[in-house]
Every structure is written in C-alpha cells, then in structure tokens.
Design a binder for this molecule. Structure first.
Ligand SMILES: NC(=O)c1ccc[n+]([C@@H]2O[C@H](COP(=O)([O-])OP(=O)(O)OC[C@H]3O[C@@H](n4cnc5c(N)ncnc54)[C@H](OP(=O)(O)O)[C@@H]3O)[C@@H](O)[C@H]2O)c1
Length: 340
C-alpha cells in the first residue's frame, strides 16, 4: 500500500523539490500535490524540468483525513493554520518547512515575524535538525531554516565543548537566489543579482535577519552561547549556501581538534561530512550533504568554521524527507541515497 503523503505549497521552489524526492521514495504509495495558485494545472507544465505525472490539486480537494504524512511548504505566517487543520484531521506526521514552528516562544516569534497564528502548537514541535537534536518524536516537525542548518551543524560541536569560553560568533553567509523563493522581487531580479554580490538583512544600520534568533535559541539548548551576528549575502547563482563563521574564544583549539569533534559528533549520520579542505558550494549543490571544515587564525586569535549546504535540499526538502524517514523508523537516507 505505502504511505499516503500530501504536499501543500507544491508549486514553490521547496514544494517542487519535495515532489521530486517523494515521487521516487520507495515507501510512498500515493502523493497528493496541492497548490493554491496552480490548482488544475499539470505539474510538468508549471515545472517542465520535473518528470512528475499528475496535476496540482486545490488544497480543499485533498482529503487530509486519509494522509499519513503532510509537508507544508507555505511562507511563514501562512503555514501555521494549515498545520493546525492537518493535525486536527488526524494526519500522523506534519513536517512544516516554514519558520512558523521553529521558534519555541510566541513572544520571540512576535518580535521577528508578528503575531503567531497557532501559539498553542509551539510546544508540540520538534526542531528537525536530526544530527544535533535527534530523530523527531511527536506529530509535528519544524524543519530548520537553510542558513541555520549550516550554522548550527558547524557551531554545535564547538558550543558543546567551548560553551562559556566563546566570546563572539559572526556568521558571514552566502546564498544562491532560490533561497528567496519563487516569488519575483526587485531584489532578486536577474539584473539586480547578475555579476554582483550584496549583503542583505541589514536595515536601519542593524543586522536583523530572521534566522538570527533561530540560530541563537538552538545553540543555547546545547550550552552557553553569545548573541550571534548574522550577515547574509546574495550570490548570482541558483542554489547553494556557504557560511564562514568567525568565533572569538578565550582558548583556541587546533583545526584538527575541531575536525575531530565534528567526526565524533556526526559519526553514524550519513549526510554530514568534515574535511580538511574548505567546502565549496559546488561540492554540495544538488546533494543532501553538509560539508564542514575549520581553520585557526592564531595571529588574530580567531577560530574559523566553514559550512556548505544546498539550501533546497539539506536546507529544506532533503532534510524534511530525512525527518520523515527518521520519525517513521526508516533509514535516514531512504529515497535520498542518490543525494549522499
Ligand atoms: N527557498 C529556500 O531555500 C528555503 C529553504 C528553507 C526553508 N524555506 C521555507 O520554505 C517555505 C517555502 O519556501 P519556497 O522557497 O518554496 O517559497 P516560494 O517558492 O515563494 O513558495 C511559497 C509558496 O508561494 C506560492 N508560490 C509559488 N510560486 C509563486 C509565485 N511565482 N508567486 C506567488 N506565489 C507563489 C506557492 O504556494 P501554492 O503552491 O499553494 O500556490 C508556494 O508554496 C518558506 O516558508 C521558506 O521560508 C525555503
């Protein structure tokens, strides 16, 4: 029979990656793909590069009570109510790709995103970065943001061991344009992006990207961590992210020691890999891999951490399928073997 799976928001960049991955997943028996904007159109017509049969359904046409698993790939603020409806309909597992359930506190959510539409569910969400926080339990998974995935994977082993000794963390992040989603905007227009690189998320003279509290809150679950300075930059490429993280600390470990921490903490997990050479975006693009590396600038007294992921896979859809696999007791790479 296989699992009955629904995708909501199936016409976005993340949604269509989910269509691709779940369409080939060996445990998925039936796949309902919903779109508010494209209901009635063939998926292969909206995305000619995707060999998916079938057409987008209106979300109201999907019988949620018959779903085992639902993935919601709406924007933040839109997901929460859809998630509430799916849980009320009895869906066994809901994986939300938006930011709606990543911050555990409605007060913090309000400060960065506005009023939370379903605060009563915040306590039920498991933050789905399995290599750091384990396999999801419960019915609701908050899939991490793309930048936080890379940042927390790189920083978690350091915070666990150096905790209170870390004086500052500065994350310089670079992303391809698909990180901004399919809705066009003047900032992501080809002419704005091509042959240029620009910082963003710095308004009124203050860095204020919404992934900042997510990174800080999750690191503080692991040990003492200072506030994080996070500055993203837009690259003229389609997909992939690279972060260079500068850590100031009382005592500096050697780069080999940090690589040893990575290997120890991520032993047994197949998608996180530590290497001596620095990662490039091209080493991870179109894969579900996270590549980590480290260097030490003894002259300036700083530890440098490097992390690269594909924002649409390890930073979104690939990680979401990994979470489904783990939550249901399958191997983490089931249906993702080709993305290792
Ligand atoms: N992009 C990334 O790298 C990334 C990484 C991690 C997490 N996320 C999160 O995942 C969620 C989905 O992200 P996304 O990048 O897939 O966003 P997106 O491409 O903007 O899609 C979001 C929703 O907007 C609708 N949509 C699609 N194309 C549109 C268009 N041209 N104009 C207007 N609406 C359109 C779709 O809904 P319908 O199908 O219902 O019409 C889609 O589900 C967001 O909450 C995002 O923050 C994104």
């Amino acid at each position: 029979m296989g699992l009955s799976v629904g995708i909501y928001g199936g016409s976005g960049y993340v949604g269509v990656e989910l269509v691709r991955l779940l369409g080939g997943h060996p445990e998925v028996g039936s796949l309902a793909v919903a779109s508010r904007g494209h209901a009635g159109r063939r998926i292969g017509e909206v995305y000619p590069q995707v060999a998916a049969e079938g057409e987008y359904l209106d979300p109201a046409e999907v019988d949620a009570s018959g779903l085992d698993v639902a993935f919601v790939a709406y924007g933040h603020g839109e997901s929460a109510e859809a998630v509430r409806g799916l849980l009320e309909a009895g869906v066994r597992l809901v994986v939300d790709l938006s930011a709606d359930f990543r911050l555990p506190d409605a007060r913090v959510y309000r400060e960065w995103y506005g009023e939370h539409p379903a605060p009563e569910l915040l306590g039920e969400a498991h933050y789905g970065l399995p290599e750091v926080f384990g396999a999801p339990g419960g019915k609701l998974v908050a899939n991490p943001g793309c930048y936080p995935t890379a940042a927390i994977l790189a920083l978690a082993p350091v915070i666990r061991r150096m905790g209170g000794g870390v004086r500052s963390v500065t994350i310089n992040a670079l992303s391809g344009v698909s990180g901004a989603g399919a809705k066009p905007s003047p900032r992501t227009h080809f002419v704005s992006v091509n042959e240029s690189v620009s910082p963003y998320g710095v308004t009124g003279g203050e860095p204020r990207h919404r992934h900042t509290p997510e990174i800080e809150i999750m690191l503080r679950r692991l040990g003492e961590a200072p506030p994080v300075t996070f500055v993203p930059h837009l690259l003229p490429i389609s997909r992939g992210e690279l972060e260079t993280i500068v850590v100031e600390a009382e005592e500096l470990p050697g780069p080999e020691e940090v690589l040893g921490w990575y290997r120890e903490d991520y032993a047994g997990w197949c998608f996180v890999e530590a290497r001596e050479e620095v990662p490039h975006i091209s080493h991870v693009a179109n894969t579900n891999r996270a590549r980590l590396s480290a260097a030490v600038d003894r002259r300036a007294g700083k530890l440098l951490l490097f992390a690269a992921v594909d924002n649409l896979l390890k930073g979104a859809a690939g990680e979401a399928v990994q979470n489904m696999n783990l939550a249901l007791g399958y191997p983490e790479d089931l249906g993702l073997e080709h993305l290792r």
